[in-house]
Design a protein around this ligand. Structure first.
Ligand SMILES: Nc1ncnc2c1ncn2[C@@H]1O[C@H](COP(=O)(O)OP(=O)(O)OP(=O)(O)O)[C@@H](O)[C@H]1O
Ligand SMILES: [Mg+2]
Length: 252
């Protein structure tokens, strides 16, 4: 009898470990990039080849840092990842959907629903208050922010130390405060994929730490997939994986 109970107990423990292991190893692929090339035209019309065959597979809940010298193509790559720009050649799949097959309108809907962008320059609307700026991404469906969205916006602004700035306009804020507003705006629709271009670039050490903690928390607790482009080794160290972009490709 004792042996039977022990066997049942061990079997149930094994089943539990198996399901945890399966959850950990069987994560869905969110983004898949294959051989991405990007070429710009310079002022004298000669080609500038920025990306020369970047491939990357990102799974749900991953946290990734992309580092590399200034001008190596990090923002270019992030814009392509978020469908704000298209590659010269190569394929991108987001949640199994080939982005090249979507119309501009479909791409805009995908971006609004799934992706939170934190831009290198914050792009806040000067005529709107801080609270209104944060609520803009929530207006796409009904043209009016819901009470839930307003509550979430206020909570996020508070956790970023901006609760006393709700009615201010961007020009009344410091550069670092504007950047924090831009981070909150990117998170308002609870995106499953957060793309952040130098999210702590304009912040002092303490605010950079707060912002890093907020992003890491969203990644760990809400399973938001996080890709950050950064020059900060401190922020990169908080991510699970770091890719170095150099000479148009990822190097180890
Ligand atoms: N629209 C454009 N037309 C021509 N060249 C461009 C264009 N946009 C970017 N570039 C060039 O592509 C290269 C990569 O630019 P990108 O902004 O992606 O660099 P980055 O790695 O983000 O740099 P930083 O760390 O300074 O932000 C640069 O040499 C830049 O001059
Ligand atoms: Mg950049």
């Amino acid at each position: 009898m004792v042996f039977l109970l022990l066997e049942v107990f061990l079997f149930s423990q094994l089943a539990q470990y198996r399901s945890v292991w399966r959850m950990a190893t069987n994560k869905d692929v969110v983004l898949k990039l294959e051989e991405i090339h990007k070429q710009y035209e310079s002022a004298d019309r000669s080609p500038v080849e920025v990306l020369k065959g970047v491939s990357l597979t990102v799974k749900r809940g991953d946290s990734i840092a992309i580092v590399g010298p200034s001008g190596c193509g990090k923002s270019t790559l992030l814009n392509i990842l978020g469908s704000l720009d298209s590659p010269t050649s190569g394929n991108i799949q987001l949640d199994g959907q080939e982005l090249a097959n979507l119309s501009e309108q479909e791409l805009a809907a995908v971006r609004n629903k799934k992706i939170g962008f934190i831009f290198q320059s914050h792009h806040l609307l000067p005529q709107c208050s801080i609270l209104e700026n944060v609520l803009i991404p929530t207006l796409a469906e009904k043209g009016k922010a819901s009470l839930d969205a307003v509550k979430r916006a206020k909570q996020l602004l508070e956790s970023s130390g901006l609760e006393h700035r709700l009615t201010h306009r961007p020009f009344q804020l410091s550069g670092g405060e504007c950047q924090r507003v831009a981070v909150v705006r990117a998170l308002i629709n609870q995106p499953s994929l957060i793309l952040a271009d130098e999210p702590t670039g304009a912040l002092d050490h303490s605010n950079a730490e707060t912002m890093t903690e907020l992003l890491v928390k969203l990644n760990r607790e809400d399973q938001a997939t996080l890709i950050v482009v950064t020059h900060s080794m401190e922020l990169a160290a908080k991510m699970e994986t770091t890719y170095k972009l150099q000479n148009g490709i990822f190097s180890s």
